[in-house]
Design a protein around this ligand. Sequence first.
Ligand code: SF4
Length: 904
Amino acid sequence: MPPLDQADHGSATTCPYCGVGCGLRAAADGTLSGDAGHPANAGRLCVKGSALGETLGPAGRLGAPQLRQPDGGFADTDWDSALTTVADGFSRIIAEHGPEAVAFYVSGQLLTEDYFVANKLMKGYIGSANIDTNSRLCMSSAVAGHKRAFGEDVVPGCYADFEQADTVILVGSNLAWCHPVLYQRLVAAKQERSDMRVIVVDPRRHATCEIADLHLPIKPGSDVTLFNGLLGWLAEQDKLDRDYIDAHTAGLEAALTTARAAGDIARVAQDCGLRAEDVAAFFEAFAASPRVVTAFSQGVNQSSAGTDKVNAIINSHLAVGAVGKPGAGPFSITGQPNAMGGREVGGLANQLAAHLDIEETAHRELLQAFWGCSQMPEQPGLKAVDLFEAVHEGRVRAIWIMATNPVVSLPEAERVRAALAGCELVVVSDIMAETETARLAHVRLPAAGWGERDGTVTNSERCISRQRPFLPSHGEARPDWWIISQVAARMGFGAAFDYAGPEAIFDEHARLSGYGQAAVPRVFDISGLAGLSRADYDALEPRQWPLPAGADAEFDSARCFGDGCFATSDGRAHFVACTPRPPAVRPDVEFRLVLNTGRVRDQWHTMTRTGLSPKLAAHRQEVTVDLHATDALASGVQPGGLARVKSPRGEVFARVSCSGEMQRGHAFLPIHWNGQTAARAEVGKLIAPVVDPISGEPEFKHTPVAVSPLPVRWHGYALLRNDDADSAHNWLARWGEILPAYWCLIRGEQHLQFRLAGFEKPQEVASRVRALLGAGGDADWLEYSDQTAGDYRAVWLVDDRLEACFYLSARPDLPGTEWLSECFASERLAGNERAALLAGAPSTRANEGPTVCACFGVGRQTIVDAIRDQDLDNEAAVTKRLRAGGNCGSCLPEIRALLADVAA
Ligand code: SF4
């Protein structure tokens, strides 16, 4: 990890990954730890937060502005040239084709200050609403649902509600892996309160189900039916809170009429693919718990009916008056660290800043008066999927992409790639040089990374926290707000973007939130944070909104709408009649499995940062398609083998697993792997550009696919010493010509590992490997070949130090590679170790199996052996003996599963 910046502004900062928004502290020696004073995590961190220090090096960073050259390569340039190129390009295209011909595509990774300035430039000064964000892919259905029900995009509750509820319902959320610290808080609360119930509604039996009292493995797309059924049942059982409904809501009768069509419990169960007794238990638990939280995430949002799913959930809460009260409320968990901040500043194409509405004249006039700008778009801009389609069609001719990788993450990713390849001007601001998107840029702008940035983020419970810089900027990298402001100045808008620093932007953001509240009241009001000096801004403690001017430090912002007053024009919450709609694309004879997509425990987005951490690579090493064992059999694939996962739009190669989490007819692929880390692993290529008609959020959770064996003739792996920060790129460049059909890159402590498989004859591969690796002058080149069995092994040593090894076999059952990590750690290998390398099996070294506890590097076999040999019967005993699970706790569900396996 690089040294801390001596001129740092304080050591407390916020995690850059998920929407839990945990606080961290950077110590003077460069170590990072959970911030005990942060309200989100009280010192806890998950494994991703704990491994942040491994991701801060210079590997892969973009260090200077770059312009694409005629030969397709990139050359460094100075900031002035790069900024002028961007400004001139945008200005020319606007002059020739109008403001609708340009667009920004931004990210929930941006700080609020960056987001604010980008939105101001596009909507206030360019005069187009063509700015959308990758948060569109994550929680825009929740935004739309909140607006329909509450009149404003407000999450009514807070994290403490998870601890205070009698019943917590998790819908479409693998909280244990995707929001681990919030999950740990829930686990701790449940351990303290034996009467607390947790119900998981999710097609997969994933890690979160480990604490569930009831798991409803719902048929994908039937969530509206389930919650309509609940609403109808509540009415039939006379469980509605009539006083609350009469005083504080509107629209019950229409919603109820629609909901009653779901039928009785038996019919709901049948339509949702559930057991009637489980549906009855769920309904009873909901009705019996005045303190009930229904938390939902991408499993609800990423659907062609996502907004209706959100409103069906909210309807149930309105029916019993469980909104904005301690331990009670619907709760949207955001995926990204600053998705909420982006919503505050109008980062979505259909929003204006400060929760103002683009389609309301009074709102537009208010914002225009505040900024003093001459124009304001009157219609929403293009949402993410439509935006890239407009690029493809040439309607948008210049696009600036900030801190995101749409070529991997958007549906129909190949079409997005083609759209950018044909676009007149593509500008990319990023911390990394070689993302799939950055490769298509005409101008690359190096952005400051986490640890270098200075600003604020807002987490899922509306808590604003500071991200503070504690590292010097990498190379020429600059904050995003500065880059945008400099371009704005070169486009002629300098006076409106003359910010002294992020504190000036935050001040404008806070003042705007309070501006015109009498005429256009909004819940979002942080005018109490306006006027902070630089020192005040530096010292800003985490604070939830709303925080209006005049509010003192004790002002209670924990919950909203608890008084029954909502942000709608009539002050009432609105029930929304939601008619169930099945997923837009259904399975058929050719594509008969339903693909679900999501995250794994230790990776984040497209791995541009977490992919740098050996610790995080240890848990799930390859892209894996998870199947029910029966579907694997029917598809002709086996666990551990390789499969081709195909949709009408593309294909992905993946290792097969049958974890036991999947229902029959379903498949699951993680979203993280991409062209930098694996061959044909970009899940976005499979997804149809089908979106929710209201929110525009794509249907990532329901893609019909076919799975078939990948007919490779050999399997293997290569491990290569990793001496310099950029060696992954160097090796990829060298290996590019001979990389086989299937490869996956896994980063180790001292080495890089490539898992390999191909269609060639094994002998052909062996001779290519020999040509690439075996040509070293003073190297010892050891080989073993058994052509009959199809085995080939080669080891390259220099002064008895392992430099590289290669194993190839016609059989897929290669031995594990974990023991080889220790060989790379050794400066000089003994004779028996050299022999073991050639034998392809550990000598005295134990083979740990896959890593379970990434924090302490404890493998599966070590845990199983300890449980068996030392009669350990609970996770605390395992932690005491091996330390596994004793830090972030993310692996505790897996340790408990191993305890159960051994006991069985
Ligand atoms: Fe970061 Fe983990 Fe906390 Fe999410 S739960 S903010 S990834 S430390």
